[in-house]
Each structure stands twice: as structure tokens, then as C-alpha cells.
Design a protein around this ligand. Structure first.
Ligand code: BG6
Length: 293
């Protein structure tokens, strides 16, 4: 179902039989909503989000491509998040089972894009809402150019949490990371699950495929599974940084956490004709439930 979202921008609404739903804006190929079968919103979108090009939507799941962060010549996080994607009528991709709701989007570079990043590509994104309300994103990037290219990538997921100081992240203990707040040095995480009491902007390297975000107050656990994406970025701007962002409320940092499935440390290189695939699967389960590996 395609309809008009904020500022008349086109969005696709996915619904699953038991009542969960998701929304995807063609602007950015951007998931802006994921609701469980009780109608509870699981993603954070800022009340101050600007749904207007060239600004990327603050919240949901921005796609960072072909550059994560500011490690390159492109604008921060690349340009995929502020381009208009199209509905892919020729996904050349096995169809999902008929009782799953999904949408296929595609992004190809414009003449202008080729001036800033001179590589021809086809980026296909499938967003699927599974039977239990799980949300799956599959990205496939194909090199349609005559020469190789390299890129970095992230699903910049903003999770909605009740109180950041009550949240724990499991699965990143003892890993090496870069700290964007501290320069180029490599650190090693010590000890227990990760908790939050100040600004965090870290890139964990070579993480397990499964990461859990435990929201104690909400009694909810987000389980993130990823494939083709070795790294994980963890970001919360905290109070000072929040105040400096025009499209983010001063106190909103308390109710969000970004955990981003990413490929940052080692860029992905594609030869002409080659394709890369990166998958993210999100589920939200009551905290008492333990899914094991
Ligand atoms: C994170 C980066 O992924 O995104 C941070 O690690 C950055 O450094 C944040 O501040 C938000 O970026 P932007 O461009 O959406 O404001």
C-alpha cells in the first residue's frame, strides 16, 4: 500500500496479519516505523525530524551508503539516505513466502551522483515484515561499472527505549572498537554488558552475528541478527550533542539508542558485475524470553 507521508512524501505501509506494521519512505529507502501487534512503536523517530530533502530523516533506519560517517570525501554517511529511491518492479530476487509483507526498492546513481561518486551501481533493498512481526532488511549492491569500487555501509537503526540509563547491550563484551570521540586509537571493551551514562560513539569490530538490547523498564529485548556486516556502531548523543542538533529534541537522547549493523573497518570491494549482500533481522521479544543462540 503506497500513500502520502509527512510533507506529501511517498511511503509504503507493510501490514502483517496479526497486526504488526512497518513504514518505508521512498525518500532515503528509509524505514520510519516498525510496530508490534499491540501497535507499540519500536523505532525512535525524533519529534523534530525534518522530512525534507536534503536532510536525512532523524530516526528509523537510515541507510548509510556508500560511505559510513565522515571517513571519505562524501557527505556524512553518504548519499543513499537523502535520495529518492524507486519501487523495484524487476527485483530479480526470489519472492518471499506469500504470507510475508515486503517491498522492493532500488537506487541507481543519477548524473549528479556520478559526479560526486563516479561508480555505476544498482542498490536493491528489500524490507520484509515477517509472520511474528520481525523486520528484515536485505541490501544487495551490484557493481554495474567497468571498474572496481569500494564502499562502507551501515543500517543506522534508532531503537526506541524507555530510559537509556536502564538499557544494556549484550554481545559486544571484550571486543575491539574505535571510539569516534577519541580519535584513531583502537580500544578493547572490558568486562560486562554495555550500559550508558554519557555520550557514546563507538565502532565495535568483528562482532558476533547476534546482538541484544535489553530494555529493563519496558521488559523488552531487541534481538538484532546480521549477515555480511562484521561491525556494529553504537551511538547515543547524550545531552550536549543533542542540544547542538537542530532536528533532535534536547531530552530525546533518553529514549533512543542506535545500534548499527555495519561494514566500516574493512571497505567492501566489488569488481565489475559482482554483488554484495548485507542482511539485518530485528525482533522484539518480552525480556523474560531467552532465545539462546
Ligand atoms: C553515528 C556516528 O553513526 O551517526 C556519529 O557514529 C554521528 O558520529 C551519528 O554523529 C549521526 O550522524 P548524522 O549525520 O545522522 O547526524
Amino acid at each position: 500500500e503506497i500513500c502520502k507521508g509527512v510533507n506529501g512524501l511517498d511511503k509504503v505501509v507493510l501490514r502483517e496479519v496479526r497486526g504488526s506494521s512497518a513504514e518505508v519512505y521512498l525518500y532515503g529507502g528509509h524505514v520510519t516505523s516498525w510496530k508490534n501487534d499491540h501497535g507499540e512503536e519500536l523505532l525512535f523517530v525524533s519529534n523534530k525530524a525534518i522530512f525534507k530533502p536534503p536532510k536525512a530523516i532523524r530516526g528509523g533506519i537510515p541507510i548509510c551508503f556508500p560511505q559510513f560517517g565522515s571517513h571519505g570525501n562524501l557527505e556524512q554517511h553518504g548519499f543513499a539516505r537523502n535520495r529518492f529511491w524507486s519501487i523495484d518492479t524487476d527485483p530479480a530476487f526470489p519472492t518471499a513466502s506469500p504470507n510475508k509483507a515486503f517491498i522492493d526498492l532500488v537506487l541507481k546513481p543519477s548524473e549528479e551522483d556520478l559526479k560526486i561518486w563516479p561508480h555505476s551501481f544498482e542498490f536493491r533493498l528489500r524490507v520484509t515484515l515477517g509472520i511474528g512481526g520481525d523486520l528484515m532488511l536485505t541490501s544487495r549492491v551490484r557493481n554495474t561499472d567497468g571498474k572496481p569500487f569500494s564502499f562502507t555501509f551501515a543500517y543506522h537503526t534508532y531503537f526506541s527505549v524507555s530510559d537509556i540509563s536502564e538499557v544494556r547491550v549484550e554481545g559486544l563484551e571484550t571486543l575491539d572498537y574505535f571510539d569516534n570521540l577519541k580519535g584513531k586509537e583502537r580500544f578493547t571493551e572490558q568486562g560486562d554488558a554495555i550500559t550508558f551514562e554519557s555520550e557514546v560513539d563507538k565502532i565495535y569490530l568483528g562482532t558476533p552475528t547476534k546482538i541484544a538490547i535489553l530494555d529493563h523498564e519496558k521488559k523488552r529485548t531487541f534481538v538484532l541478527r546480521k549477515d555480511g556486516l562484521p561491525d556494529a556502531v553504537v551511538w547515543n548523543p547524550w545531552d550536549k550533542k543533542a542540544k547542538s542538533m537542530a532536528d533532535f529534541g534536547d531530552d530525546e537522547y533518553k529514549h533512543m539508542l542506535c545500534v548499527e549493523a555495519a561494514a566500516v573497518e574493512k571497505a567492501i570491494t566489488l569488481k565489475p558485475g559482482e554483488e554484495w549482500k548485507g542482511r539485518l533481522e530485528l525482533s522484539a521479544v518480552p525480556s523474560s524470553y531467552r532465545s539462546g543462540q
